[in-house]
Design a protein around this ligand. Structure first.
Ligand code: ZN
Length: 394
């Protein structure tokens, strides 16, 4: 074979490769020009042109601990194993108690959430993804320091439900809450993250109120948002242990309120928390609604939805009846948004949903030296006094 024939064969070969490459490019181009609407890849995404970072989310799958997060719009997936045990620390700057990572959360939790002899506590509600305002309130009231570490000693911080939904920094809030929970425990203090109607909704796959960012996160993981909080996830197991009603000293905390029906059903705090844990959180609606008591607890007169205290027809003797039933002197609630923390019936009812969800202003209730105060976002304290105001939404 002479040189010119060899060269000729080489050109044919190169030409063939060139044609194969360009034709495959053409095919790709045609694909992208005619998107198939049935293909989930082609669903419109709110953050399509923005860079999302979200996570981490921890999954227990087939005896493995898998961490997934979104970094600059891309899904990252890693397995936590012996040699990779510092993965969370390296990527996110925090660690999780290895016991919980390995074993998950216990199946039985303390349902009787009663705490006495607490000198100081703070309570905040309906944060709805507004991480920055939450951090500002906690920093300015010396509950956390500038590095977001617990400095509240033996104080108790009550987060009265509805961290989830609406805003776009829910994941950050959940991790910070988890971190503070662990730090407070070491100091003899306590963080109580309580269930609101929005935690209930997300865990039970009602995701009407999630921010578009989280639709995107779930889409990139090829799941629906609630699956980030399923029983086989770290968040899911942790959230399923959260109570619906607690008492601290002579104060009862509940996300929305205690209705007359709650009392006529003769339900206790212990029973409510047990049912939320065992039969409500993360369960299917069909199963929940079959049990009349569970159906009541998730309904409009149940503790995470009731709004009766803000109706003009409510009378003081009805409130006193509720206080007597629980042997407490105050009921603290969130769920119904007001411009600031409000007191009804001389602090018998204190509404602390100060509309943080809008992200502009919010307050935290501070209890110290036997008195309640409105803690403003710039760190001021105002003694809580009864004012008349109207709800501005929910
Ligand atoms: Zn609510």
């Amino acid at each position: 074979m002479n040189i010119s024939v060899k060269r000729h064969i080489l050109y044919i070969f190169l030409g063939f490769i060139f044609i194969s490459f360009t034709s495959s490019f053409v095919i790709i181009e045609i694909k992208s020009e005619v998107p198939n609407p049935e293909n989930p890849e082609n669903k419109p995404e709110f953050f399509h042109n923005k860079s999302i970072t979200d996570g981490p989310y921890i999954f227990y799958e087939n005896e493995e601990i898998i961490v997934r997060w979104i970094k600059w719009n891309r899904l990252v997936e890693r397995i936590i194993s012996g040699k990779n045990s510092k993965l969370l620390k390296r990527n996110f700057g925090f660690e999780i108690d290895p016991y919980y990572l390995k074993n998950g959360f216990p199946d039985s939790v303390n349902y009787n959430q009663t705490y006495n002899g607490v000198d100081k506590f703070a309570a905040i509600s309906d944060i709805h993804g507004q991480y920055d305002l939450f951090v500002q309130l906690l920093k300015n009231h010396k509950i956390i320091d500038s590095h977001l570490n617990w400095i509240y000693g033996k104080g108790h911080l009550v987060i009265l439900g509805d961290i989830m939904d609406r805003g776009d920094k829910v994941t950050e809030l959940l991790w910070l809450t988890y971190k503070l929970e662990k730090q407070a425990e070491k100091e003899g203090g306590k963080v109580h993250y309580m269930v609101g109607n929005h935690e209930l909704m997300v865990l039970n796959n009602d995701i009407r109120y999630i921010h578009e960012k989280y639709t995107s996160t779930a889409h990139k993981m090829n799941i629906v948002y609630s699956q980030l909080f399923a029983k086989n996830t770290f968040f899911g197991q942790w959230l399923r242990t959260k109570p619906a009603i607690i008492t601290i000293n002579d104060v009862l905390f509940v996300h929305a309120g205690i209705s007359a029906e709650f009392i006529s059903n003769g339900i206790s705090i212990e029973q409510t928390n047990r049912l939320f844990h065992q039969k409500i959180l993360g369960k299917s609606w069909d199963v929940i609604l079959k049990d009349p008591l569970c159906a009541f607890l998730v309904d409009k007169n149940g503790p995470v939805w009731h709004r009766g205290y803000f109706e003009s027809t409510i009378k003081e003797f009805q409130i006193e009846y509720i206080l007597k039933y629980f042997k407490t002197r105050h009921v603290i609630i969130g769920h119904t948004s007001m411009p600031n923390i409000i007191s009804l019936f001389e602090n018998k009812i204190i509404g602390i949903d100060s509309n943080i969800k809008e992200g502009n202003y919010g307050e935290i209730l501070i209890y110290i030296n036997g008195e309640f105060h409105r803690g403003t976002s710039n760190g001021n304290l105002m003694k809580l006094e009864q004012i008349n105001t109207n709800a501005i939404g929910n």
